[in-house]
Design a protein around this ligand. Structure first.
Ligand SMILES: Cc1ncc(COP(=O)(O)O)c(C=O)c1O
Length: 418
């Protein structure tokens, strides 16, 4: 049983799907700029922010309520142990109930964010000096983090294949042979992102099992970043935690997660690392783990509990809305020569191949779309070598904004041809 609640006397506000959807529909670029998030303020002028992984959709009423309460109370102190315990319990509960993975709450550690977990695992839980394997395309910091710890990053380009559903275009699969070759060459860690930013894949149990077999054969730990696990869009897709597979070795497995993507609270700084057996003992023994636990914020911890405990209906509503945005984008861009979209099954990020466009020399697709029609997407080059002709498009916005962004993209491609 939980020993603490985020705000003991607060009644979770009632979620209303119609009002929530209407609020999403009412979003405009002006509203978003006024809110002042990074996505909408980094680039000045009449631009649509569709890059960094923030949602425009706000957050669950339960999260808003707990934060409003903290503001009213002026409650901005350090994180008390009871609230940290509530995060551990809710994290373990949700893994069991949503994903069928039995987690002991004591195997959950708190941290400010997932990347600090990755840094600590590289620094303290891999062979000194060993390289870090990152399947690409990859969430950008995975490529630079190993270097911060004096490690080489071995990029393993993934395989592009036809999607099972022809309408979904192409999809991406891990290059297991490439990963094995890197392990055989002495790498000390594999970073596994599932659901996979930026290609939106939800990895299958068979792929996870193949990774587990390689990890066991070469004794290479796996850092499973599952931060997008609450963002499964495709009703046919099922998120399976890597660590829940029977072939994984708990001594070699670290799982990172957070409510920060599914409930849009990355600025509140609270993530979770799940490690059991030898991995947990090693983690708990490292002085860095205690230091990091103290860096998780009280507001972030309260928001996490409110999200996981009372924010599921809002999350489901947001996912349905993002899924419909994805369909709209896929249908619209299917008519545009030169662009090919990978429709995400999970995450709110779409991976757009622009290699069919004829752009002026030296101009990347992301540059072109930012300058010409004013749609800011992430530049594919940041996701690994060889992805210069790709962009990452953020689907987590209001339908009106999504339509405006699409119209701008369609018109800008037409202008290239005129
Ligand atoms: C795959 C992945 N991991 C980690 C993060 C970092 O999230 P946070 O700062 O909330 O830990 C992100 C953010 O977009 C992400 O997409």
């Amino acid at each position: 049983m939980s020993t603490a609640s985020p705000a003991p006397d607060a009644v979770p506000p009632v979620f209303n799907a119609a009002a929530t959807t209407a609020a999403f529909d009412a979003l405009t670029p002006e509203v978003m700029r006024r809110r002042g998030s990074l996505k909408w303020t980094m680039y000045p002028g009449d631009v649509i922010g569709a890059w960094v992984a923030e949602m425009d959709l706000g957050t669950a009423p339960s999260v808003t309520a707990v934060l409003q309460r903290a503001v009213t109370d002026g409650s901005y102190g350090y994180l008390p142990p009871q609230v940290a315990e509530s995060v551990r319990e809710e994290t373990a509960r949700i893994q069991g109930e949503a994903f069928g993975w039995r987690v002991d709450a004591q195997d959950v550690s708190l941290l400010p964010d997932v990347l600090s977990a990755l840094g600590a695992v590289i620094a303290h839980h891999t062979r000194p000096g060993s390289a870090v394997i990152v399947p690409t395309p990859a969430y950008m910091p995975f490529l630079s983090y190993p270097g911060l710890y004096g490690r080489e990053c071995v990029q393993v380009p993934s395989l592009r294949t036809a999607a099972a559903d022809a309408a979904a275009g192409t999809t991406w699969a891990l290059d297991l042979d490439g990963i094995e070759a890197a392990m055989a060459a002495g790498a000390g860690l594999l970073v596994l992102c599932n659901p996979w930013n930026p290609v939106g894949r939800v990895l299958s149990p068979a792929e996870l099992d193949a990774v587990a077999a390689l990890s066991a054969r070469y004794r290479v730990p796996v850092f499973a970043d599952e931060i997008h696990n609450s963002l499964i869009l495709d009703p046919q897709a099922v998120h399976v935690p890597y660590a829940s597979r029977p072939g994984t070795d708990p001594d070699l497995t670290f799982t990172a997660t957070a409510a920060s993507k599914g409930w849009n609270t990355p600025g509140l700084k609270c993530a979770q690392l799940i490690a059991s057996a030898g991995a947990r003992r090693a983690w708990n023994d490292s002085p860095l783990s205690k230091h990091l636990a103290n860096e998780a914020s009280l507001l972030g911890a309260q928001a996490t509990v409110a999200a996981l405990r009372d924010g599921q209906e809002w999350n489901a509503c947001a996912r349905g809305y993002i899924r419909d945005n994805g369909r709209l984008v896929a249908e619209t861009l299917a008519e545009v020569d030169g662009l090919e979209l990978t429709v995400p099954s999970g995450t709110y990020l779409a991976w757009l191949d622009c290699s069919g466009l004829e752009l002026p020399d030296g101009v990347t697709p992301a540059d072109y779309f930012r300058r010409e029609p004013g749609v800011v997407m992430n530049d594919g080059a940041a996701f690994g070598a060889g992805y210069e002709s790709f962009c990452r498009l953020n689907l987590a916005t209001g339908r009106g904004i999504m339509r405006q962004a699409l119209q701008r993209l369609v018109d800008a491609v037409a202008r290239l041809r005129s």
